[in-house]
Design a protein around this ligand. Structure first.
Ligand code: ADP
Length: 265
């Protein structure tokens, strides 16, 4: 067989292989597209369910709360001591349930608010520190920050994100240690990588993923106040902005929470 014929045969084989590969890519793309639309539909159904459930649960719970309050006011000290204690537990649990349901409702509403605007992160942190003044004073915390960038974000959601991370850094402090929280940001290719560092109780690496799930907490409400929804908010807000969030931590040494936000310059 002449060299030309051999070459033509090889070329034909290569062309057939390319056609086969193109076919496979097309089939996989179609499958991915289908799976994606099923996922999108499931996701939106879940969000709708969370919204409707939490919205409709609010009303009967409000009635329950009012009557428990009324019962407590009218009968405290007039029943036996056990009854007072039971009333206290009922009131505490209904308030907690109300917080959880409000949290779930807010969670399902994330991403449905106004669009992104250019936001100066220094101003956002300043505002958050004003709002957290009581907690900062009570815990004798020191919160510092480097000069932070301007980013295109939904300002309302971005503030919730930073506030949750900063307040967690103050809240989860070691006994007998003044909480110290530092906020910084570093440009990494086309993203800004934010870091919120604390000197608190830290997190065991086996919980690094779990803490970002809704209602997951590592501590009882007696030790540290909270509803276990803050980091789930953070994860959803970062994802809505096209970024990622993760934690690096050592128990009793402190934690570093990182998240990325696309940079616009
Ligand atoms: P909440 O603060 O309401 O408990 P989060 O979703 O913000 O809920 O946090 C989930 C859990 O992750 C907390 O209960 C806590 O156990 C752990 N955690 C979060 N941030 C920190 C931190 N900075 N240091 C140590 N543990 C933390």
């Amino acid at each position: 067989m002449s060299e030309l014929k051999k070459y033509k045969k090889k070329l034909k084989k290569a062309e057939q292989r390319i056609l086969l590969l193109e076919d496979m890519v097309e089939t996989h793309t179609r499958e991915l597209y289908l799976k994606n639309s099923v996922l999108e539909r499931t996701n939106s159904e879940m969000e709708q369910f969370a919204y409707i459930a939490s919205h409709d649960l609010q009303e009967p719970l409000r009635v329950l709360c009012s009557f428990v309050e009324l019962l407590d006011k009218s009968y405290r000290g007039r029943l036996d001591p056990n009854a007072d204690l039971y009333l206290h537990y009922i009131a505490d649990s209904t308030k907690h349930l109300q917080n959880l349901i409000r949290g779930l409702l807010d969670f399902s509403r994330l991403g449905k608010l106004e669009d992104s605007i250019s936001t100066d992160c220094n101003l956002v942190v300043n505002k958050i520190l004003n709002e957290l003044e009581c907690l900062i004073k009570r815990k004798k915390a020191i919160v510092t920050y480097d000069h932070l960038p301007r980013v295109d974000v939904n300002a309302f959601e971005f503030q919730i994100l930073l506030k949750n991370l900063i307040s967690n850094g103050i809240k989860f402090s070691r006994p007998d240690t003044n909480p110290q929280v530092h906020i910084s940001a570093e440009k990494k290719s086309n993203m800004w990588e934010f870091k919120i560092q604390d000197n608190g109780i830290g997190i065991d690496s086996k919980h690094y993923q779990r803490i970002f799930l809704i209602f997951q907490r590592l501590h009882s409400r007696v030790d540290h106040e909270g509803s276990g929804i803050g980091l789930a908010y953070c994860k959803k807000i970062v994802a809505l902005h096209g970024g990622e969030i993760w934690v690096k931590s050592l128990e009793n040494m402190g934690s570093e929470f990182y998240f990325t936000i696309p940079s616009t310059n």
